[in-house]
Design a protein around this ligand. Structure first.
Ligand SMILES: *[C@@H]1O[C@H](CO)[C@@H](O)[C@H](O)[C@H]1NC(C)=O
Ligand SMILES: *[C@@H]1O[C@H](CO)[C@@H](O)[C@H](O)[C@H]1NC(C)=O
Length: 375
């Protein structure tokens, strides 16, 4: 599985202009929700596994790869774009990719946005920001979970957003009364967890796509948990009506306590934040869990790169990160040309950084780093 991403990524996906459906903007925010068709042209893996159709199988799936699957398809992706009015940095677009178990609301929870919303923090600092539901989550398409929703496809989708944003085509047909969408001059890719792994995949495959990268919740250590997420259940059987129509191969964490175990550090979150994560949890696909593989180097990426991660990250550090991070491996082997490579340990935080009490400290770390690097 090691270099599945490197082996199977191929071909430049063709850009298609966006046909956006304007939806309502959220009250008094310079934001618009829209759907965008994203064309993908890449190669996934053909895994020799049973199609997961119940919880027993979800927990027990086995890995064996039997070939490639060529994917040339267009998917509908649900996105939210926010552009501050004439801000000095509004031509810098951050594109944030959420991790497993969440949807785009990870970056923009409706719970105390002034405290927990990275979108609010980025807007207040003058940046434009795009968040989107990864293929297979939220309101985006939910295609075949084994053959289609794999990392190579997710990386191509992210790259298509970058290409469209640079070409000024991201929201070409959005009619919004007040939102003026500029042509973005600089792009910063921000990821969390699985979203960071796939953002790193973008840096590998398309090293000059973005001007800066922020990979949160992705601290490499020898104790990184390679098991599937805690408490995995077949999504359709989970009892949450949001997943009742999900196809085979879609899985979700069962109980709120499973989510707490993987994402939260006791004593540093509000009950409401855990409840929010529980109510807004989202699915993983078997194809994603199989295809993200071991870390892949991005030897040609030469932009700024920071890794903000929780001090008490359960998934990557078995609960405690300081002193265990493979910093030399990350700096010299994986990202040897990155500019101002930095690791930042966020005190008190577990893996789900945006939902901890000091989330604003996490946000300021990212935003200060960008400013310090001319972004
Ligand atoms: C899960 O599905 C497999 C394959 O169809 C079947 O053999 C097994 O009995 C099922 N388990 C449950 C608990 O339904
Ligand atoms: C909050 O986070 C910031 C940035 O990491 C940090 O400097 C500060 O010490 C943190 N505050 C507390 C109380 O942990």
């Amino acid at each position: 599985m090691v270099s599945v991403i490197a082996l199977t990524l191929s071909l430049l996906a063709l850009s298609r202009s966006s046909i956006a459906t304007p939806l309502q903007a959220r009250t008094q925010r310079p934001c618009v929700d829209f759907e965008i068709p994203v064309a993908v042209d890449t190669t996934n893996s053909d895994y020799d596994i049973p199609r997961v159709s119940n919880t027993t199988e979800a927990v027990g799936f086995v890995v064996s790869r039997k070939g490639n699957i060529y994917v040339k398809k267009t998917f509908t992706i649900s996105a939210r774009l926010c552009v501050p009015d004439k801000g000095p940095k509004s031509d810098i677009l951050q594109i944030a990719t959420h991790g497993g178990g969440f949807s785009k609301t990870y970056w923009d929870p409706q719970l105390k946005p002034e405290k927990y919303s990275y979108v609010e923090a980025a807007l207040a600092a003058g940046y434009s920001i795009l968040i989107y539901d990864r293929l297979g989550t939220g309101q985006s398409d939910k295609p075949d979970a084994h053959d289609i929703v794999q990392f190579p496809v997710q990386i191509e989708i992210l790259n298509q957003f970058v290409i469209s944003a640079r070409a000024g085509k991201l929201t070409a047909s959005i009619k919004h009364p007040t939102l003026t969408v500029p042509k973005f001059n600089k792009i910063v890719a921000v990821g969390h967890s699985i979203g960071s792994i796939l953002t790193s995949g973008l840096l590998t495959r398309y090293p000059s796509a973005v001007d800066g990268a922020v990979l949160t919740g992705y601290l490499l250590t020898p104790q990184a948990n390679t098991n599937p997420p805690q408490g995995l259940e077949f999504a359709r059987d989970n009892g949450n009506t949001r997943f009742h129509n999900d196809p085979n191969g879609y899985v979700v964490q069962g109980a709120e306590s499973d989510i707490q175990h993987d994402f939260f550090h006791y004593g540093n979150f509000e009950d409401d934040a855990l409840a929010y994560a529980g109510c807004n949890k989202d699915t993983f696909t078997i194809g994603e869990l199989l295809s993200f593989g071991a870390p892949v180097a991005a030897p040609e990426y030469s932009g700024p790169l920071i890794f903000p991660g929780g001090e008490f990250d359960q998934l990557f550090c078995a609960g405690y990160c300081p002193g265990t991070i493979l910093e030399d491996y990350m700096r010299f082997k994986l990202y040897p040309q990155a500019k101002n490579f930095q690791i930042h340990i966020q005190p008190g935080s577990g893996h789900g950084l945006t939902l901890h009490t000091n989330a604003t400290g996490h946000f300021q770390t990212i935003l200060s780093y960008l400013v310090a690097n001319g972004l």
